[in-house]
Design a protein around this ligand. Structure first.
Ligand SMILES: Cc1cc2nc3c(=O)[nH]c(=O)nc-3n(C[C@H](O)[C@H](O)[C@H](O)COP(=O)(O)OP(=O)(O)OC[C@H]3O[C@@H](n4cnc5c(N)ncnc54)[C@H](O)[C@@H]3O)c2cc1C
Length: 439
C-alpha cells in the first residue's frame, strides 16, 4: 500500500503518494511503467528538502529508504559503497568508531546518500572541502529505458555531472561510492566568538578560513542599524587523539503533534533572538563537544518542523557572490529586519571556491544566508519577492533544496546549465520544482 510523505516545510501542502521498493531490481520496472503510462514520478529520500524540489509533478514518488544496505567499507582507505537510501546517520554509526567521518555533512544526519548527491549538499567546511558531490567516486544510475549507467568522472561523465545536483531528474541512483575523511577524534574543539556587526563577521570569516575546518555563524536577524548582522561565529577543528570525547547523548525530545497554529510569532522571535545573542557574556568561549550537537543541533528534537503548525514554513537560502557579499547580505538583512518577520534559525557562512562537478550545484564563491520563516499567506510572498529581487540584482542564486517560490527567469539566469540537465532528464521523472521553473 502506498504511503503519503511531505517535504520538510509542509509547503506547498501536496502530500506525495510514495511507492517504497525494497530491492534495486524493482526500480527499473517502476520507472519503465511510469514512462509507458506517461505519468512521471520522482525519487524521494528522507524528505528533508523544504520546498517542492522533492515533490513529483503528479505527486507520485519512489521513496528509496528501503534501499538501505551497506555494500562495502574499507577501513584502511575510507572508501564506502552503499545503496542510495542509506542515511548519513547509518554511515556515521559504522565509520566513526573506525576513525572516519563524512567528508561533507549538511545540518541534519537524516538524509539519504541519493538525496545528498541530488542536491550536492554543502556543510560548514565548504570553504576548504567543497560539496558532497566532490567526494563521490562513482554511482549506478537506473534509467527508465532499462539501462543502468555506471557514472564517474571517466565513465558516462555527462550523466555524472548532470546527476550531482541533478535534483533527481536524470534517473534513480541505485548505489554510490564515496571517499570518507580520516579523523583522529570525532569530538570538536569549538571557539564561539560573539561579534557585533556584519563587517566583523566577514573579517572573522577571512581570518578563520585557513586554520579552521568548520566555520559558520548564527545571526540575530532582527538586529538593526550598527548591530545589523551581529551574532555568534563558530569555528572548529576535530580534536586531537588524546582529547576525551564527550559521551553522545541519547535523543529524547520530540514534537508529538502538530499544534493548530504556529508557535513561532514576532514576539517569541524577538525574545529568542535577543536572549540567544546575549547568552554568551564573554567575546570568545572555547569548548570540546561531540560531533552530534555541533553538526546536528536540530536533530535532537524529533519532527521539530511541526512547531510551525499546519501552514508550514519556508526556508530562504541564497548565495551572494564574493565581490558583492557584504553589501548584498546587508541589503537582505535590512529587508528582513524592516519586515519584522524574523527567523530564529538564521545562518550565515562564506563559501569557498572549490568547483563542484555538478552542473547545477548551488554553492559558489560568496556568502550564503539561510533563514526559516513561518508561512504567512500575505507576508511571505511579499518578503520573498523583495529578497528574490535583491539576490537577482547582486548576481546570486537561490538553493533549490529550500525553494518553493522563486520565479523561473531568476532561476534560469542563476543556473545557466539548466538546459543541459533538461536534455538528460529521464522522461519518466519530473518534479513540481522543475515544471514550475522551466515550464
Ligand atoms: C535541519 C536541516 C538542515 C539542513 N542543512 C543543510 C545544509 O547544511 N546544507 C545543505 O546542503 N542542505 C541542508 N539541508 C537540506 C538537505 O540536506 C537536502 O535537502 C537533502 O538533499 C535532503 O536529502 P533527502 O534524503 O531527505 O532527500 P529528499 O529531500 O527526499 O530529496 C532531495 C532530492 O534528491 C532526489 N533524490 C532522492 N533520492 C534519490 C536517488 N536515489 N536518486 C536520484 N535522486 C534522488 C529527489 O528527487 C530530490 O530532488 C538541511 C535540511 C534540514 C531539514
Amino acid at each position: 500500500m502506498a504511503k503519503h510523505v511531505n517535504s520538510w516545510g509542509h509547503f506547498p501542502a501536496c502530500p506525495q503518494q510514495a511507492i517504497q521498493p525494497a530491492w534495486q531490481d524493482q526500480i527499473g520496472p517502476l520507472l519503465t511503467t511510469a514512462r509507458n503510462n506517461g505519468k512521471p514520478v520522482l525519487p524521494f529520500g528522507m524528505g528533508r528538502s523544504y520546498g517542492d524540489s522533492c515533490m513529483g509533478s503528479r505527486d507520485q514518488v519512489i521513496q528509496t529508504t528501503g534501499l538501505n544496505h551497506m555494500i562495502e567499507f574499507d577501513p584502511l582507505t575510507g572508501r564506502l559503497s552503499c545503496e542510495s537510501g542509506v542515511t548519513l546517520d547509518s554511515i556515521l554509526q559504522i565509520v566513526v568508531p573506525q576513525g572516519w567521518f563524512l567528508p561533507v555533512t549538511p545540518g541534519t544526519r537524516f538524509v539519504t546518500i541519493g538525496g545528498a548527491i541530488a542536491n550536492d549538499v554543502h556543510g560548514k567546511n565548504h570553504h576548504l572541502t567543497g560539496t558532497f558531490g566532490q567526494h563521490i567516486k562513482r554511482f549506478m544510475l537506473q534509467r527508465s529505458d532499462g539501462q543502468t549507467l555506471l557514472c564517474s568522472p571517466d565513465s558516462n561523465p555527462q550523466f555524472y555531472a548532470a546527476t550531482i545536483a541533478g535534483l533527481g531528474l536524470t534517473g534513480i541512483i541505485l548505489w554510490a561510492e564515496l571517499q570518507l575523511k580520516k579523523i583522529t577524534n570525532s569530538a570538536l574543539n569549538v571557539e564561539t566568538v560573539r561579534y557585533s556587526s556584519l563587517a566583523e563577521f566577514f573579517q572573522l570569516s577571512a581570518e578563520s578560513a585557513q586554520d579552521y575546518e568548520y566555520t559558520v555563524a548564527w545571526i540575530d536577524c532582527l538586529a538593526r542599524g550598527k548591530q545589523l548582522g551581529r551574532g555568534h561565529f563558530m569555528r572548529a577543528n576535530h580534536a586531537t587523539a588524546s582529547t576525551t570525547t564527550p559521551p553522545l547523548k541519547a535523543r529524547k525530545l520530540s514534537v508529538p503533534l502538530m499544534p493548530p497554529i504556529s508557535l513561532i510569532n514576532p514576539l517569541s522571535l524577538r525574545l529568542f533572538n535577543t536572549a540567544y545573542y546575549h547568552r554568551q557574556q564573554r567575546r570568545s568561549q572555547h569548548c570540546v563537544t561531540g560531533y552530534d550537537p555541533f553538526f546536528y543541533p536540530l536533530d535532537g528534537i524529533h519532527q521539530w518542523n511541526r512547531i510551525y503548525g499546519p501552514r508550514g514554513f519556508q526556508q530562504y537560502q541564497c548565495v551572494i557572490p564574493q565581490h558583492n557579499a557584504e553589501a548584498g547580505t546587508q541589503a537582505l538583512l535590512e529587508a528582513i529586519s524592516t519586515a519584522g518577520v524574523g527567523s530564529f534559525l538564521a545562518v550565515l557562512k562564506v563559501f569557498g571556491d572549490k568547483p563542484s562537478p555538478g552542473l547545477l550545484s548551488f554553492p559558489r564563491p560568496g556568502a550564503t544566508l539561510a533563514l526559516d520563516f513561518p508561512r504567512h499567506e500575505i507576508h511571505s510572498p511579499q518578503l520573498f519577492d523583495t529578497l528574490d529581487r535583491l539576490v537577482h540584482e547582486s548576481g546570486g542564486a537561490i538553493y533549490p533544496a529550500k525553494d518553493s517560490h522563486t520565479p523561473g527567469h531568476y532561476f534560469r539566469e542563476a543556473y545557466p546549465h539548466w538546459q543541459q540537465l533538461e536534455a538528460l532528464r529521464d522522461p519518466a521523472l519530473q518534479s513540481r520544482f522543475w515544471q514550475r521553473l522551466t515550464g
